[in-house]
Ligand binder design. Structure first.
Ligand code: FAD
Length: 286
Protein backbone atom coordinates (compact mmCIF):
# COMPACT_ATOMS: atom_id res chain seq x y z
CA UNK A 1 0.00 0.00 0.00
CA UNK A 2 1.59 3.24 -1.14
CA UNK A 3 1.34 6.01 1.50
CA UNK A 4 -0.39 9.19 0.34
CA UNK A 5 -0.25 12.72 1.71
CA UNK A 6 -2.01 15.92 0.68
CA UNK A 7 -0.75 19.47 1.01
CA UNK A 8 -3.09 22.36 1.81
CA UNK A 9 -2.59 26.07 2.34
CA UNK A 10 -4.15 27.98 5.25
CA UNK A 11 -7.51 29.53 4.37
CA UNK A 12 -8.05 33.13 5.43
CA UNK A 13 -11.74 33.76 4.78
CA UNK A 14 -14.87 31.86 5.81
CA UNK A 15 -15.46 30.90 2.21
CA UNK A 16 -11.96 29.48 1.89
CA UNK A 17 -12.40 27.64 5.20
CA UNK A 18 -15.58 26.00 3.91
CA UNK A 19 -13.78 24.99 0.75
CA UNK A 20 -10.96 23.40 2.75
CA UNK A 21 -13.50 21.54 4.91
CA UNK A 22 -15.22 20.15 1.78
CA UNK A 23 -11.87 19.17 0.29
CA UNK A 24 -10.67 17.57 3.52
CA UNK A 25 -13.86 15.48 3.76
CA UNK A 26 -13.45 14.25 0.19
CA UNK A 27 -9.76 13.49 0.42
CA UNK A 28 -10.25 11.66 3.73
CA UNK A 29 -11.70 8.81 1.64
CA UNK A 30 -8.18 8.18 0.32
CA UNK A 31 -6.88 7.48 3.85
CA UNK A 32 -3.76 9.67 3.64
CA UNK A 33 -0.93 8.92 6.03
CA UNK A 34 -0.93 12.64 6.87
CA UNK A 35 -1.83 16.04 5.45
CA UNK A 36 0.36 19.14 5.60
CA UNK A 37 -0.28 22.86 5.70
CA UNK A 38 2.00 25.48 4.16
CA UNK A 39 3.45 28.43 6.02
CA UNK A 40 3.75 31.81 4.33
CA UNK A 41 7.09 33.56 4.58
CA UNK A 42 7.39 36.93 6.26
CA UNK A 43 4.81 36.26 8.96
CA UNK A 44 1.76 36.76 6.74
CA UNK A 45 0.19 33.48 7.83
CA UNK A 46 1.85 33.17 11.21
CA UNK A 47 -1.38 32.32 12.97
CA UNK A 48 -3.27 30.83 10.03
CA UNK A 49 -1.06 27.75 9.78
CA UNK A 50 -1.44 26.67 13.45
CA UNK A 51 -5.18 27.38 13.25
CA UNK A 52 -5.53 25.27 10.12
CA UNK A 53 -3.43 22.43 11.52
CA UNK A 54 -5.58 22.39 14.67
CA UNK A 55 -8.72 22.26 12.54
CA UNK A 56 -7.39 19.47 10.30
CA UNK A 57 -6.50 17.42 13.40
CA UNK A 58 -9.53 18.09 15.57
CA UNK A 59 -12.38 18.45 13.06
CA UNK A 60 -11.17 16.04 10.39
CA UNK A 61 -9.06 13.59 12.37
CA UNK A 62 -5.98 13.84 10.17
CA UNK A 63 -2.42 13.60 11.30
CA UNK A 64 -1.55 17.16 10.24
CA UNK A 65 1.98 18.44 9.71
CA UNK A 66 2.62 22.17 9.74
CA UNK A 67 5.24 23.57 7.37
CA UNK A 68 7.68 25.74 9.23
CA UNK A 69 10.05 28.12 7.47
CA UNK A 70 12.93 30.09 8.94
CA UNK A 71 13.23 32.97 6.47
CA UNK A 72 12.37 36.28 8.09
CA UNK A 73 11.90 34.70 11.54
CA UNK A 74 13.84 34.74 14.80
CA UNK A 75 14.88 31.73 16.89
CA UNK A 76 12.44 32.89 19.56
CA UNK A 77 9.51 32.95 17.12
CA UNK A 78 10.37 29.48 15.88
CA UNK A 79 10.75 28.23 19.46
CA UNK A 80 7.24 29.55 20.26
CA UNK A 81 5.77 27.84 17.20
CA UNK A 82 7.43 24.56 18.15
CA UNK A 83 5.89 24.82 21.62
CA UNK A 84 2.49 25.54 20.10
CA UNK A 85 2.72 22.56 17.73
CA UNK A 86 3.73 20.28 20.59
CA UNK A 87 0.75 21.56 22.59
CA UNK A 88 -1.62 20.86 19.68
CA UNK A 89 -0.25 17.30 19.53
CA UNK A 90 1.73 17.47 16.28
CA UNK A 91 4.44 14.84 15.79
CA UNK A 92 5.44 15.76 12.23
CA UNK A 93 6.80 18.93 10.59
CA UNK A 94 7.92 20.03 7.14
CA UNK A 95 11.00 22.23 7.69
CA UNK A 96 11.91 24.79 5.03
CA UNK A 97 13.91 27.89 4.44
CA UNK A 98 10.95 29.53 2.71
CA UNK A 99 10.90 32.35 0.21
CA UNK A 100 10.69 36.02 1.12
CA UNK A 101 8.39 38.08 -1.10
CA UNK A 102 10.79 40.19 -3.20
CA UNK A 103 11.93 43.39 -1.50
CA UNK A 104 10.47 42.39 1.87
CA UNK A 105 12.08 41.96 5.24
CA UNK A 106 15.29 40.36 6.43
CA UNK A 107 16.82 36.95 5.87
CA UNK A 108 16.12 35.64 9.35
CA UNK A 109 18.41 34.31 12.08
CA UNK A 110 18.61 30.85 10.54
CA UNK A 111 19.78 31.09 6.94
CA UNK A 112 19.19 27.65 5.48
CA UNK A 113 16.72 24.84 6.04
CA UNK A 114 19.59 22.67 7.41
CA UNK A 115 20.05 25.26 10.20
CA UNK A 116 16.33 25.05 10.96
CA UNK A 117 16.41 21.23 11.13
CA UNK A 118 19.40 21.39 13.51
CA UNK A 119 17.59 24.01 15.63
CA UNK A 120 14.42 21.88 15.85
CA UNK A 121 16.49 18.86 16.94
CA UNK A 122 18.29 20.94 19.60
CA UNK A 123 15.03 22.36 20.91
CA UNK A 124 12.80 19.30 20.75
CA UNK A 125 15.03 16.23 20.38
CA UNK A 126 13.27 13.41 18.53
CA UNK A 127 9.75 14.65 19.22
CA UNK A 128 9.04 15.55 15.58
CA UNK A 129 9.35 13.51 12.43
CA UNK A 130 10.91 16.10 10.10
CA UNK A 131 10.41 16.25 6.33
CA UNK A 132 12.51 18.59 4.18
CA UNK A 133 12.24 19.76 0.57
CA UNK A 134 14.42 18.61 -2.32
CA UNK A 135 14.63 19.40 -6.00
CA UNK A 136 15.06 16.72 -8.72
CA UNK A 137 15.35 19.53 -11.31
CA UNK A 138 17.62 21.62 -9.00
CA UNK A 139 16.60 24.55 -6.80
CA UNK A 140 16.44 27.74 -8.93
CA UNK A 141 18.97 29.60 -6.73
CA UNK A 142 21.53 26.78 -6.63
CA UNK A 143 24.86 27.25 -8.41
CA UNK A 144 24.61 23.75 -9.84
CA UNK A 145 22.87 20.43 -9.33
CA UNK A 146 25.78 18.79 -7.42
CA UNK A 147 26.05 21.64 -4.93
CA UNK A 148 22.28 21.59 -4.44
CA UNK A 149 22.37 17.85 -3.78
CA UNK A 150 25.06 18.35 -1.14
CA UNK A 151 22.88 21.01 0.50
CA UNK A 152 20.03 18.50 0.53
CA UNK A 153 22.31 15.93 2.20
CA UNK A 154 23.21 18.56 4.85
CA UNK A 155 19.50 18.70 5.82
CA UNK A 156 19.38 14.94 6.24
CA UNK A 157 22.65 14.97 8.20
CA UNK A 158 21.13 17.66 10.45
CA UNK A 159 18.34 15.24 11.37
CA UNK A 160 15.61 15.14 8.70
CA UNK A 161 13.70 11.86 8.55
CA UNK A 162 12.41 12.18 5.00
CA UNK A 163 12.07 14.46 2.00
CA UNK A 164 9.36 15.65 -0.33
CA UNK A 165 10.37 16.77 -3.81
CA UNK A 166 9.38 19.84 -5.72
CA UNK A 167 6.95 18.72 -8.42
CA UNK A 168 8.18 17.62 -11.83
CA UNK A 169 6.71 16.01 -14.94
CA UNK A 170 9.79 14.04 -15.93
CA UNK A 171 10.11 10.79 -13.97
CA UNK A 172 13.75 10.35 -15.05
CA UNK A 173 14.71 13.52 -13.18
CA UNK A 174 13.32 11.94 -10.00
CA UNK A 175 14.98 8.54 -10.48
CA UNK A 176 18.36 10.14 -11.28
CA UNK A 177 18.07 12.39 -8.23
CA UNK A 178 17.22 9.47 -5.94
CA UNK A 179 20.16 7.43 -7.30
CA UNK A 180 22.54 10.37 -6.85
CA UNK A 181 21.27 10.99 -3.32
CA UNK A 182 21.74 7.30 -2.39
CA UNK A 183 25.28 7.39 -3.81
CA UNK A 184 26.01 10.36 -1.53
CA UNK A 185 24.78 8.33 1.44
CA UNK A 186 21.27 9.79 1.82
CA UNK A 187 19.13 6.95 3.15
CA UNK A 188 15.80 8.63 4.02
CA UNK A 189 12.65 8.16 1.90
CA UNK A 190 12.38 10.71 -0.93
CA UNK A 191 8.68 11.11 -1.72
CA UNK A 192 7.79 12.66 -5.07
CA UNK A 193 5.66 15.80 -4.91
CA UNK A 194 2.79 15.49 -7.40
CA UNK A 195 1.15 18.56 -8.90
CA UNK A 196 -2.18 17.67 -10.53
CA UNK A 197 -2.99 19.92 -13.46
CA UNK A 198 -6.10 22.01 -12.85
CA UNK A 199 -5.34 25.38 -14.41
CA UNK A 200 -2.56 25.40 -16.96
CA UNK A 201 -1.76 29.13 -17.08
CA UNK A 202 -1.51 29.20 -13.29
CA UNK A 203 0.73 26.14 -13.37
CA UNK A 204 2.99 27.80 -15.92
CA UNK A 205 3.43 30.88 -13.71
CA UNK A 206 4.14 28.70 -10.66
CA UNK A 207 6.64 26.61 -12.57
CA UNK A 208 8.61 29.60 -13.78
CA UNK A 209 8.94 30.83 -10.20
CA UNK A 210 9.94 27.50 -8.61
CA UNK A 211 12.11 26.13 -11.40
CA UNK A 212 9.94 23.12 -12.29
CA UNK A 213 10.10 22.28 -15.97
CA UNK A 214 7.00 21.77 -18.04
CA UNK A 215 8.19 19.69 -21.01
CA UNK A 216 7.64 21.45 -24.31
CA UNK A 217 5.37 18.74 -25.70
CA UNK A 218 3.04 19.08 -22.73
CA UNK A 219 2.90 22.87 -23.05
CA UNK A 220 2.18 22.55 -26.78
CA UNK A 221 -0.64 20.07 -26.16
CA UNK A 222 -2.13 22.32 -23.49
CA UNK A 223 -1.94 25.36 -25.76
CA UNK A 224 -3.71 23.35 -28.43
CA UNK A 225 -6.70 22.84 -26.13
CA UNK A 226 -7.21 26.62 -25.86
CA UNK A 227 -10.17 27.34 -23.55
CA UNK A 228 -11.41 23.75 -23.49
CA UNK A 229 -11.14 23.26 -19.71
CA UNK A 230 -12.55 19.70 -19.84
CA UNK A 231 -9.94 18.59 -22.36
CA UNK A 232 -7.17 20.17 -20.29
CA UNK A 233 -8.39 18.40 -17.14
CA UNK A 234 -8.69 15.02 -18.88
CA UNK A 235 -5.28 15.26 -20.53
CA UNK A 236 -3.70 16.55 -17.32
CA UNK A 237 -5.20 13.75 -15.19
CA UNK A 238 -4.08 11.05 -17.67
CA UNK A 239 -0.61 12.53 -17.82
CA UNK A 240 -0.13 12.86 -14.06
CA UNK A 241 -1.62 9.39 -13.43
CA UNK A 242 0.89 7.90 -15.90
CA UNK A 243 3.69 9.74 -14.09
CA UNK A 244 2.48 8.39 -10.72
CA UNK A 245 2.31 4.86 -12.09
CA UNK A 246 5.91 5.07 -13.31
CA UNK A 247 7.01 6.46 -9.98
CA UNK A 248 5.28 3.71 -8.00
CA UNK A 249 6.63 0.99 -10.31
CA UNK A 250 10.10 2.52 -9.98
CA UNK A 251 9.97 2.27 -6.18
CA UNK A 252 8.78 5.72 -4.99
CA UNK A 253 8.05 5.35 -1.24
CA UNK A 254 4.85 7.45 -1.35
CA UNK A 255 3.03 10.20 -3.24
CA UNK A 256 2.61 13.73 -1.85
CA UNK A 257 -0.13 15.64 -3.67
CA UNK A 258 -0.04 19.43 -3.88
CA UNK A 259 -3.81 19.53 -3.47
CA UNK A 260 -4.00 23.35 -3.15
CA UNK A 261 -7.26 23.00 -1.19
CA UNK A 262 -9.06 21.33 -4.11
CA UNK A 263 -10.18 17.70 -4.11
CA UNK A 264 -11.05 17.08 -7.74
CA UNK A 265 -7.66 17.38 -9.46
CA UNK A 266 -6.01 14.92 -7.02
CA UNK A 267 -9.03 12.61 -7.11
CA UNK A 268 -9.04 12.57 -10.90
CA UNK A 269 -5.46 11.28 -10.80
CA UNK A 270 -6.08 8.79 -7.99
CA UNK A 271 -9.17 7.42 -9.74
CA UNK A 272 -6.94 6.51 -12.69
CA UNK A 273 -4.42 4.67 -10.53
CA UNK A 274 -5.00 1.08 -9.68
CA UNK A 275 -4.63 1.51 -5.94
CA UNK A 276 -8.12 0.20 -5.26
CA UNK A 277 -7.08 -3.35 -4.42
CA UNK A 278 -5.00 -2.31 -1.41
CA UNK A 279 -6.99 0.84 -0.73
CA UNK A 280 -10.68 -0.18 -0.71
CA UNK A 281 -11.81 3.26 0.43
CA UNK A 282 -10.67 4.89 -2.83
CA UNK A 283 -13.56 7.12 -3.80
CA UNK A 284 -14.52 8.22 -7.31
CA UNK A 285 -13.93 11.89 -8.18
CA UNK A 286 -16.55 14.03 -6.44
P1 FAD B 1 17.36 25.29 1.55
O1 FAD B 1 17.41 23.80 1.74
O2 FAD B 1 17.87 26.15 2.61
O3 FAD B 1 17.89 25.62 0.14
C1 FAD B 1 17.64 26.88 -0.50
C2 FAD B 1 18.79 27.23 -1.45
O4 FAD B 1 19.97 27.51 -0.67
C3 FAD B 1 19.17 26.11 -2.42
O5 FAD B 1 19.56 26.70 -3.63
C4 FAD B 1 20.35 25.43 -1.73
O6 FAD B 1 21.22 24.79 -2.66
C5 FAD B 1 21.02 26.64 -1.06
N1 FAD B 1 21.75 26.30 0.16
C6 FAD B 1 21.38 25.46 1.15
N2 FAD B 1 22.32 25.39 2.12
C7 FAD B 1 23.31 26.25 1.75
C8 FAD B 1 24.55 26.63 2.32
N3 FAD B 1 24.99 26.12 3.49
N4 FAD B 1 25.32 27.54 1.65
C9 FAD B 1 24.91 28.07 0.46
N5 FAD B 1 23.75 27.74 -0.13
C10 FAD B 1 22.94 26.84 0.50
N6 FAD B 1 7.84 27.81 0.89
C11 FAD B 1 7.19 28.51 1.84
O7 FAD B 1 7.43 29.72 1.98
N7 FAD B 1 6.24 27.93 2.64
C12 FAD B 1 5.94 26.60 2.54
O8 FAD B 1 5.10 26.10 3.27
C13 FAD B 1 6.63 25.81 1.56
N8 FAD B 1 6.39 24.48 1.43
C14 FAD B 1 7.14 23.74 0.55
C15 FAD B 1 6.96 22.36 0.49
C16 FAD B 1 7.71 21.58 -0.38
C17 FAD B 1 7.52 20.09 -0.39
C18 FAD B 1 8.65 22.20 -1.26
C19 FAD B 1 9.44 21.38 -2.24
C20 FAD B 1 8.83 23.57 -1.22
C21 FAD B 1 8.11 24.36 -0.31
N9 FAD B 1 8.28 25.74 -0.20
C22 FAD B 1 7.59 26.48 0.74
C23 FAD B 1 9.22 26.43 -1.08
C24 FAD B 1 10.62 26.54 -0.45
O9 FAD B 1 10.55 27.34 0.72
C25 FAD B 1 11.53 27.21 -1.48
O10 FAD B 1 11.80 26.31 -2.52
C26 FAD B 1 12.80 27.84 -0.92
O11 FAD B 1 13.37 28.64 -1.96
C27 FAD B 1 13.86 26.84 -0.50
O12 FAD B 1 13.52 26.19 0.63
P2 FAD B 1 14.41 24.94 1.16
O13 FAD B 1 13.83 24.52 2.43
O14 FAD B 1 14.57 23.93 0.09
O15 FAD B 1 15.79 25.73 1.40
Amino acid sequence: MIPLSFEFYPPKTDEQREQLDRTARRLKAHAPEYVSCTFGAGGSTLSYTPETVRRLRQEHGFEAAPHLSCVGGTREEIRELLKLYRAIGCRRLVALRGDMPSGMGHAGELRHAADLVAFIRTETGDHFHIEVACYPETHPQADDAHVDLRHFKAKVDAGANGAITQYFYNADAYFQFVDDAHRLGVDVPIVPGIMPIANFSQLRRFSEACGAEIPRWIARRMQGYGDDADAIREFGADLVARLCRRLIEGGAPGLHFYALNLARPSQAVLARLDLAEDRPSLAPPA
